[in-house]
Design a protein around this ligand. Structure first.
Ligand SMILES: *Cc1c(COP(=O)(O)O)cnc(C)c1O
Length: 377
């Protein structure tokens, strides 16, 4: 038996659309398929404006530019996240103020944000871990009271909702990833969602290397030039064509992933009750988009042993983030505040294989292996 942790799903139309993109004769960015992807998101989720990027990392960097981060500005980021969530702002000279996770979920603890705010605070970055929403009403209320921007790291959160509102569409900006480990993928890819009218024009300029070329292509100006800072954030049409083939299948992909998630949950519920591990908790205010299935062991030692035991059985389960406040790059810049929940997820969380082609038989095999593992010993 060999069950990988992830296996990217291919819908079948990717190569046809890439071929079509090539024969359309415009292979650089912002062509036919890029527009199709933008329209898909703007129609399905009523996002105000979408711009495809080459990664979620790029979308976060664009958001940092649009927030006009200056050296010394402070940005509140959960410690339990991917490096890009913080790095995008560090590149602009920001000081990262790390926040702890919730006791019942790895997402940022909204009740601990307000105490971190100073006169230099400019942005809060909630990360919707596992596609499960942060408590956005509380976060938006804090942001409004202190006049802060909210950049949602929705890298894992496609097609997931907070109280009926699509994630990525609530804060000032939303950032998505289409990396091959995400639900909808194109190898490497991402998207910035702009939800605030004030930033629509500048976002397009930063996206197009600091030029007003997008306006020029729409015939709104008769020449284009260098008008602001920017960089090369557009993916090529080859990437957008691949992505569009995936987007057309979003409903079947989501249906399948949620079914796998539910299947895991049903099988592991009774085992969790008699063992010393915990299953994910999903609050009423959020949907679950089937991005990830994880368990929480009661110690780092048990977690390592479980991963080793599953590997012996041909199952590739993996741990996840290491607290960023303890990272080699940031530990000496962190103010020493303890973030025990983030550390607990760093030490105790195990992710199980979850991908479109994971079969019912695979899930039974994995849950049986977990059942035969000695959690106490
Ligand atoms: C995957 C991921 C990213 C980075 O996405 P890329 O598209 O690989 O740049 C950022 N944040 C979170 C929470 C992620 O899961």
């Amino acid at each position: 038996m060999n069950i990988p942790f992830n296996k990217p799903y291919i819908t079948g139309n990717e190569l046809d659309y890439i071929k079509d993109a090539v024969f359309r004769g415009k292979i650089s960015g912002n062509g036919y398929y890029t527009q199709k992807c933008h329209e898909f998101f703007q129609q399905r989720y009523r996002f105000k404006k979408c711009l495809l990027t080459t990664s979620c990392t790029d979308a976060l960097e664009m958001a940092a530019l649009l927030c006009d981060i200056q050296p010394g500005d402070e940005v509140i980021v959960p410690s339990y996240t991917f490096v890009s969530t913080a790095n995008a702002f560090v590149l602009r000279g920001a000081k990262i103020v790390f926040a702890d996770s919730k006791t019942d979920h790895p997402g940022i603890d909204e009740s601990k944000i307000e105490q971190l705010i100073t006169s230099r605070t400019k942005v809060i970055v909630p990360v919707h871990y596992a596609g499960v929403a942060c408590n956005m009403d509380v976060i938006m209320d804090i942001a409004n009271r202190y006049n802060l921007f909210v950049v949602e790291d929705a890298a894992q959160a496609i097609d997931s909702y907070y109280n009926g509102k699509p994630l990525g569409g609530i804060g000032h900006f939303g950032c998505f990833s289409f990396h091959e480990t995400k639900n909808i993928q194109c190898g490497e890819g991402g998207m910035l969602v702009i939800n605030d009218d004030r930033f629509l024009k500048r976002a397009e300029i930063i996206w197009e290397k600091g030029t007003n070329r997008a306006e020029f292509f729409r015939g709104e100006v008769n020449k284009y030039g260098w008008v602001d800072i920017g960089s090369s954030f557009l993916p090529s049409e080859v990437t957008a064509a691949f992505l569009y083939a995936q987007l057309e299948n979003v409903d079947s992909i989501q249906f399948k992933r949620k079914k796998i998630w539910d299947h895991y949950y049903a099988k592991l519920k009774s085992i969790a009750d008699k063992s010393s591990f915990r299953l994910p908790i999903i609050q009423d205010y959020t949907t679950n988009n089937g991005h990830m299935f994880y368990l929480l062991c009661n110690s780092g030692k048990t977690r390592s042993e479980l991963i080793g035991y599953l590997k012996q059985n041909g199952i590739w389960a993996v741990f996840h983030y290491l607290s960023l406040h303890k990272s080699p790059y940031y530990s000496d810049k962190h103010n020493g505040r303890k973030l025990p929940e983030s550390d607990r997820y760093s030490n105790c969380l195990v992710r199980l294989p979850l991908f479109y082609d994971l079969s019912t038989g695979d899930i039974s095999y994995i849950t049986q292996a977990i059942n035969s593992f000695d959690f106490i010993g």
